[in-house]
Ligand binder design. Structure first.
Ligand code: GLC
Length: 802
C-alpha cells in the first residue's frame, strides 16, 4: 500500500475533509491546503513572533506587529498571498513549486501541514521530490528558523535549488506609503555570513525633542542560510520582474538571482541554494530570519549561532521543552476528547502564544495590550507560572491615572493609548486580583509600588482601591453605576456618553468585586474602606433588583434619555446575555431570580452554537446605542455568539445548579465540536473564534476572528474550575464537580502553591454533582477543600461522587 493511500485511510480525531487532531491532540494535521479560511499557527517566544497559515502565508514581528513589523503582510483572509516563501526548482526541467502551497500552488502528490505547539511542519511531494519545512521561533533569541529537508524520492539523480523570498517591512505596519518608506531602507549582502542584512533609517516615532521622522529603526534585520548561496537578491523588481507575480517570478526563469542590494531598490530578501540529490538522497538546509536590537544584540553573532543544521535541530528540541513547562503542568482526562484536547494543549497555547505574546493573528493586528483583555488572559498562567500573571498585573496597574481611570489600551512599545470614559476597564484590576490572591496567597503583591501615568506612584492595593473609588463617583441618582462611554461591550459606544445612562452589568460586576475586595481591605486594616464596600454592596443589590429587573430577565442598560435597553419593551435587542449571567455570578440575583434569568437565557439566547450576546440583533442603526447597531445583524457583538461572553454561561449555569446546561453551553463553543461542518464554520477547529454568526445571519454559525480573542483563557477556566469544579480558595483547592451524569470518571493533575495534586474522580454513582468522600494520600478528609500542602510534593486525591 502506498503512503498516500495510508494517509487517506487513517482516521484521526475529529477528522474532516481538511484535517484532524493527532491522538494526544498536540498537533492538528491539515491534509488539504484549500481550507475554507487560513488555518494558522501563531508562534511566539514572548518577544519575537510570526504567524503562518496552512498555505504558507504569514509575516513576522518583534514586540508587536503594529509598531515593529519585520516582514510585510496586508490583511486579506481570502487571498492569503503574503508570506515568507521558499521555492523549489528542478534546474533541468525548469519546473518550480513552493515548499508551502503558496505562492505557486502547484499540483502535488502529497501535501500536509502539522500545526504544533511552537512549530509548524509543511510536508509536500511534487515530481518525486519530497520537502519537509519546519518553522519555529528560537525560545531565547529574536529570530525564526526555517529548516528545510529535501528528499529525492524519484529514481534518477536530480539537480535542484531552493530559493527564499519575502518582503521587508521594518517598523510601523502597514506602511502603505511604500514609495516613501522604501527610500529609508538599506540592504547588504554579507558573503562571509551567507546573509542579507537590512537597516532602516526611519522609525515613525518623534525623537526626544519631538522632531518627527528623526529616529532610525534600532534593529538590524537579517536573513541567512546555513550554506553558501549560489546567488542572492534583495530587490523586488529583479526578483518578481516588472508586472510579474510571486507565483511565477522572473527569478524562477533566471538561472541565478540578480544580486541587487543597497539603498536604491525595493527591499526584499532572497537566497538561492543549490541542492543536488542522488535518487533516495536527502539534504537539509537551514534559513533564519530575525532582527537584532543594535544596542544590545549582535546580528552577526545571532546568524552564526543559529543558522546551522545542528543548531536548528537543538533549538527545535528547546522549543518543545519551553512549551512543555507552560502546557504540561496541568492535564485532564475526561470522556470528552474535545475538552481534553483544548484544555490540555490548545487553549493554553492560544492564550499565551497569541493573546499575551504575539498579540496578532490573521483577523486582527494589535500593537498593544487592552487594559481588561490581557489581565483576564494572564489567568492562564495561574496553574503553570503565576509569576507571569504577577508581572502582567503590575504592568496594568501602571496604566492608571491618579484619578483612578486607566488607558483603554496602550502600545507595548513606548506606551500611550486612548484615555476613554469607559465604565468597566479600571475595575478589572481589583477583579483579577481575587483570582491571583486565591491561587497564590501572595498578598505581598498589594504592597508593590507602581507609577501612575500622570506622575507619582502608589501600591497595587491603592491602585485597586482608586479604581473602586472612582466607580463610586459614577453612580446614577437611582444608585446604579453609569455606563459612560461603554461597558465591557465596547460597541455600546453612544448609550451613556452624557453620563446619564446606566449599566446594570457594571453594577453586577462591581457587586462581585466589592464582595471579594472587602475582606482584602479588612485584612490590611483598611476597615473604613472595607465597611464602605459592604455598605455600597447592600444598596447596589437593592437598586439593581429594583430598577434592573424587567420581569423575566435583567436589563442591560438605560441610555442617556432614560430608555431601557435589553427589555421586553424593545423591538430589537430585547435581552442581553451579560446581565443575566453576572446577576448569578455576582450574587446580585437570589436563587429564584437567578433561575428565572438563566431560564430566559436558555429560552432566548442559548442556540445551536452557543449563547448569543443579545437577541434579536439590531437591524436598524440606533444612534442612541452605539456601533454594535451598525454591525451587520448577527455579527460580533450585534447578536452573534461572542465567544468571550459565551464562555461565562458555563459559570452561571453551574452556579445556579444546572450542570447539563453548563455542559451544553460549553460543548457548543468548544471548537473541535464544530469539525463536522468545516465549510459552514470555516474557522480552525483547534482555537477559539472571537465570534460566530447569530441566527439572523445568512451564514449562521460561521466562525470568525480566530486566535486573537479573550475567549481562550476563559474557556480553559470554565472546563477546569466550573465543570471539573476544581478551583482555588483561600483555604486550599476546592473540589466541586458539575459534570455530565454519564461520565464514569475523570482525572485532573494540577500544580497548586508549589505542590502537585493528582485527582481521580470516580462517578460510578452516575451523578452530576455531589461528593461522598475525598481521600488525600489515603486519608479521608472533612469537606471538599484539599489541604494546602505547599510542600513541593505530589499528592494523590481520590474523590468519590454520589
Ligand atoms: C473586544 C475587546 C474587549 C471587549 C469585547 C466586547 O474583544 O478587546 O475588551 O470587552 O470586545 O466588546
Amino acid at each position: 500500500m502506498s503512503t498516500i493511500q495510508n494517509q487517506t485511510q487513517q482516521t484521526g480525531l475529529f477528522q474532516n475533509e481538511y484535517g484532524y487532531f493527532t491522538e494526544n491532540g498536540r498537533e492538528y494535521v491539515i491534509t488539504n491546503p484549500r481550507t475554507p479560511r487560513p488555518w494558522s499557527n501563531i508562534i511566539s517566544n514572548g518577544d519575537y513572533s510570526f504567524m503562518v497559515s496552512q498555505a504558507g502565508g504569514g509575516c513576522s514581528w518583534r514586540g508587536n506587529a503594529g509598531q515593529n513589523r519585520i516582514t510585510r503582510l496586508f490583511q486579506d483572509v481570502i487571498k492569503d498571498s503574503w508570506g515568507k516563501f521558499i521555492y523549489l526548482r528542478d534546474r533541468n526541467s525548469g519546473k518550480f513549486w513552493s515548499a508551502g502551497w503558496k505562492p505557486v500552488m502547484a499540483e502535488y502528490e502529497f501535501y500536509e501541514v502539522r500545526h504544533g505547539i511552537g512549530y509548524s511542519v509543511f510536508t509536500q511531494q511534487v515530481d518525486g521530490i519530497r520537502s519537509e519545512l519546519t518553522v519555529f521561533v528560537a525560545p531565547d533569541a529574536p529570530l525564526e528558523i526555517m529548516q528545510l529537508k529535501v528528499t529525492n524520492n524519484s529514481t534518477t539523480a536530480r539537480e535542484l535549488d531552493a530559493t527564499t523570498y519575502f518582503e521587508w517591512a521594518p517598523g510601523f505596519a502597514p506602511d502603505e506609503h511604500r514609495e516613501f518608506h522604501k527610500i529609508f531602507m538599506n540592504s547588504e549582502y554579507k558573503q562571509d555570513l551567507n546573509a542579507i542584512q537590512l537597516e532602516k533609517y526611519l522609525w515613525s516615532f518623534p525623537d526626544e525633542k519631538g522632531r518627527s521622522n528623526n529616529v532610525s529603526w534600532p534593529y538590524t534585520a537579517f536573513h541567512a542560510a546555513s550554506e553558501t548561496p549560489s546567488s542572492f537578491d534583495a530587490d523586488k523588481e529583479s526578483f518578481v520582474g516588472m508586472y510579474g507575480e510571486e507565483s511565477r517570478p522572473q527569478a524562477m526563469i533566471d538561472k541565478e538571482l540578480a544580486g541587487n542590494s543597497g539603498r536604491f531598490g525595493d527591499a526584499t530578501a532572497s537566497l538561492r541554494v543549490a541542492i543536488n540529490l542522488e535518487a533516495g538522497a536527502s539534504h537539509t538546509v537551514v534559513f533564519t530570519i530575525g532582527a537584532a536590537e543594535q544596542e544590545k544584540e549582535d546580528a552577526d553573532a545571532l546568524i552564526q549561532k543559529y543558522t546551522t543544521v545542528e543548531a536548528a535541530e537543538r533549538t527545535l528540541q528547546d522549543v518543545h521543552a519551553f512549551w512543555s513547562e507552560l502546557i504540561d503542568v496541568e492535564e485532564i482526562h475526561t470522556p470528552d476528547p474535545a475538552m481534553n484536547i483544548m484544555t490540555n494543549v490548545w487553549l493554553k497555547y492560544q492564550s499565551i502564544s497569541c493573546r499575551l505574546w504575539g498579540k496578532t493573528a490573521y483577523y486582527q493586528t494589535s500593537a498593544g495590550y487592552g487594559y481588561r483583555d490581557q489581565l483576564q488572559d494572564s489567568q492562564i498562567f495561574l496553574t503553570s507560572k503565576p509569576e507571569l500573571m504577577r508581572k502582567q498585573i503590575l504592568m496594568h496597574a501602571s496604566q492608571q491615572f491618579q484619578e483612578g481611570d486607566v488607558l483603554h489600551w496602550w502600545f507595548t512599545i513606548r506606551g500611550g493609548g486612548p484615555r476613554t470614559r469607559c465604565s468597566d476597564d479600571l475595575l478589572w484590576l481589583p477583579f483579577i486580583m481575587d483570582a491571583y490572591l486565591k491561587e497564590t496567597q501572595d498578598y505581598d503583591i498589594l504592597d508593590e509600588v507602581t507609577p501612575f501615568l500622570d506622575g507619582g506612584e502608589a501600591t497595587v492595593y491603592e491602585h485597586c482601591k482608586l479604581a473602586i473609588e472612582k466607580t463610586f463617583l459614577r453612580f446614577s441618582p437611582r444608585g446604579v453605576p453609569l455606563m459612560g462611554e461603554h461597558d465591557w461591550n465596547d460597541g455600546l459606544s453612544a448609550i451613556g456618553y452624557e453620563w446619564r445612562g446606566e449599566s446594570f452589568w457594571v453594577g453586577e460586576f462591581l457587586y462581585l468585586i466589592l464582595g471579594n475586595f472587602a475582606p482584602v481591605a479588612a485584612k490590611r486594616g483598611d476597615q473604613v474602606f472595607a465597611d464602605k464596600m459592604v455598605e455600597v454592596q447592600g444598596s447596589l443589590k437593592a437598586a439593581l433588583n429594583k430598577y434592573g429587573w424587567d420581569g423575566e430577565w435583567y436589563l442591560q442598560a438605560t441610555n442617556d434619555d432614560g430608555l431601557k435597553v435589553g427589555s421586553k419593551e424593545n423591538e430589537e435587542g430585547q435581552i442581553f446575555l451579560n446581565p443575566q449571567m453576572w446577576a448569578v455570578i455576582s450574587g446580585v440575583a437570589d436563587q429564584e431570580r437567578g433561575q428565572q434569568a438563566m431560564d430566559s437565557v436558555s429560552k432566548h439566547l442559548l442556540r445551536d452554537h452557543g449563547a448569543l450576546l443579545l437577541y434579536p440583533a439590531y437591524t436598524k442603526v440606533r444612534r442612541d446605542i452605539g456601533y454594535i447597531t451598525r454591525y451587520a445583524p448577527g455579527l460580533r457583538e450585534n447578536g452573534g455568539v461572542y465567544t468571550h461572553a459565551a464562555t461565562w454561561a458555563v459559570w452561571a449555569y453551574t452556579l445556579i445548579g444546572q450542570p447539563e446546561k453548563a455542559y451544553e453551553a460549553y460543548s457548543k463553543i468548544c471548537p473541535p465540536n464544530r469539525s463536522d461542518d468545516p465549510n459552514g464554520y470555516v474557522g480552525e477547529p483547534y482555537v477559539t473564534p472571537g465570534n460566530s454568526d447569530g441566527p439572523i445571519s445568512p451564514n449562521y454559525g460561521r466562525g470568525g476572528w480566530t486566535w486573537y480573542t479573550g475567549s481562550s483563557q476563559w474557556l480553559q477556566r470554565m472546563a477546569t474550575n466550573w465543570i471539573l469544579g476544581v478551583r482555588a480558595e483561600n483555604e486550599g483547592l476546592l473540589v466541586d464537580p458539575s459534570i455530565p451524569k454519564d461520565w464514569k470518571e475523570f482525572t485532573y493533575r494540577r500544580a497548586f502553591r508549589g505542590a502537585t495534586y493528582n485527582l481521580h474522580v470516580d462517578n460510578a454513582a452516575g451523578v452530576a454533582r455531589g461528593i461522598k468522600e475525598i481521600k488525600v494520600d489515603g486519608k479521608v478528609i472533612e469537606g471538599n477543600i484539599l489541604p494546602d500542602f505547599r510542600d513541593g510534593k505530589e499528592h494523590e486525591v481520590k474523590v468519590i461522587m454520589g
